[in-house]
Design a protein around this ligand. Sequence first.
Ligand code: C2E
Ligand code: MG
Ligand code: MG
Length: 634
Amino acid sequence: MPIQMQCCGLILMAILFYFYKSQKTIKLNTGRAFWRSFCMTFICIVSDILSCIVIVEQDRLPLVVVELVSKTYLVTLAGVTYFALLYICTDIYSTKSAYNRIMLRYGIFVAVAVILIYALPIHFYCDMSERVLYSYGASDYATYAFALTTIVIVSVRVIREKSKISGNRRMAVLTWLGVWVLAALVQFFNPKLLLVGFASALGMLVLYLKLENPGFNLDRQTGLFNHETFMQYANEYYATDRAFALLGISVPEGSFGTMRSELEEEFITEAAAYVMSLPNAIAFRNKSTEVLMLYPDMEKAEAGVKEIRRRFEKGWGKNAGIIVSPNWVYVSNSQVADNAEELLYLMRYIVRGSKRYAENRFFEVTSELAQELRSERETERLIMDALENDRVEVWFQPIFSTEEHMFTSAEALVRIRKEDGTLVPPAVFIEIAERNGMILQLGEVVFRKACAFLAKSGIQQYGIKYIEVNLSVVQCAYNQLANDYIKIMEENGISPSLINLEITESASMDARKTLLDNMNRLIDYGVTFSLDDFGTGQSNLNYIIDMPVEIVKFDKGMTTAYFENDKATYIMDAAMNMIRGMDLKIVAEGVETAEQFYMLESLGINYIQGYYFSKPLPADEFLKFVIGANQKTY
Ligand code: C2E
Ligand code: MG
Ligand code: MG
């Protein structure tokens, strides 16, 4: 009987079954769809063999049995192509409702096909001397028509929905269909070759090897699921609106000292086996040093997290000698984020933001944090957009000299102009730009614009001797700062004496070394420095002694406190004496009233900056202001 090909197909399926089932598989829609296709193909090959048998034995069997078995085989053939379509649809229609809709639509189509296949006549040809047997007739043609239509639909979908299906999957599915169509064509024109059953099994092999091998989902070293599998899970959960809880356990670099590799391996093996054995959670190795525990049932997460943390308090390895203190990041409800990428980003973000340093290094991702992150991202976009489209503006606030009774300097202050024309003040974006490093570019743009203004406006002839430009601590810690700024001054052809850079106190000693190198290079070149924000939280007098600054700027808070509070008066008097003793000049910022101005002037403060004279102004208005004001006397 010519069933050798089908038997080969069955053997192939058996081997595939063994490999597929002997590994840990993922319980997601694509995995399920593959498994359904696998079963359908198996049934199809078995039916194929059965139908060959009944056709050979047709003389001894009632016709109805022969017809029924043969037609059932045809139905399973149609079924294989239908399941192929569903398999593809799991990728395209990631939401459950869309998937169900498509399943229903094609389900009706299949039902019609099944009715037609069973209802239409079928005939058999069997010549055992030639080893040829096949069925033909309307029932057969209906099957081929249905299968062909489905294959065309699948191919069109795969090609049209390119963006939703990975390239790998597209190729695999098209290869599978290609093998199948080729076999069907050969069999159609040469009925001696019953290839379709074997080709279906080959198709499964292609899918298995390219896409569904459970080994792809696993991390080789630990046997935990890998990052890609986590993404598959999370994406499906998000797409189907299923909330979950997630715990991230990450071991900081350098946790294993000098004996790194040995201890690390011991720890990883033992800890991986432990997390894998835990109920209620699926464990993934997300990065080499990070494990994610996904709790499909959020209710069970909290207890699970407690248990794992308790286990980590004990040691690992021989004699429990390896103690590891990981960072814990817990998300009690995945819906704080809109998708898997954002969720992972939030988890990294909370650990990175050292301001929110948590006790026991346990961080919880809350919806407030997610909100904060979203607005931070929006601000990042705002900065990036302003940099790209030249919407960073520099405004100037005049500074009055009490000795010369005129405006002799100004502070350059950054603003961002939004697309709709509104202005965004620095309080909104400086901190964020510092955190993500954009301040380097932003600060440079401000400096370049301030230099260009000095070069172009000729404001020096109206009494302005220099412009103060703010430097962020991040810029001060950048070792190319001095070089870059000198180059910008050279490009604009301005004298360095026109520039005074405002620095603030920086905490880290490393940064201080770079700051001093930068300062010394710039001072050698001819630039001067001010210490900004004196009187706010951080400042101390030692810092003034250490830093080669010529001006100290009293913060608005300190200026106003002087008028309201005796203690502040003492502190400011003492600071003033000391600063004067060091031969430094003082700027009082935030002076808003005439009373404040006269008082500070009588105290001998060298410079006054504040709304009393003017708010920060755009470049052209500032120029007009200085031209007008420096002709008056105060
Ligand atoms: P800052 O350097 O201490 O600048 C003084 C701030 O006080 C300015 O706010 C100014 O408009 C405001 N101010 C001046 N006089 C008065 C007053 O009489 N009353 C009140 N209420 N406020 C007054 P602005 O422009 O919003 O800047 C805020 C901060 O943003 C600056 O504080 C500075 O730390 C930062 N910043 C501004 N521009 C830049 C820049 O180009 N680079 C860097 N790194 N930081 C900048
Ligand atoms: Mg300043
Ligand atoms: Mg200030």
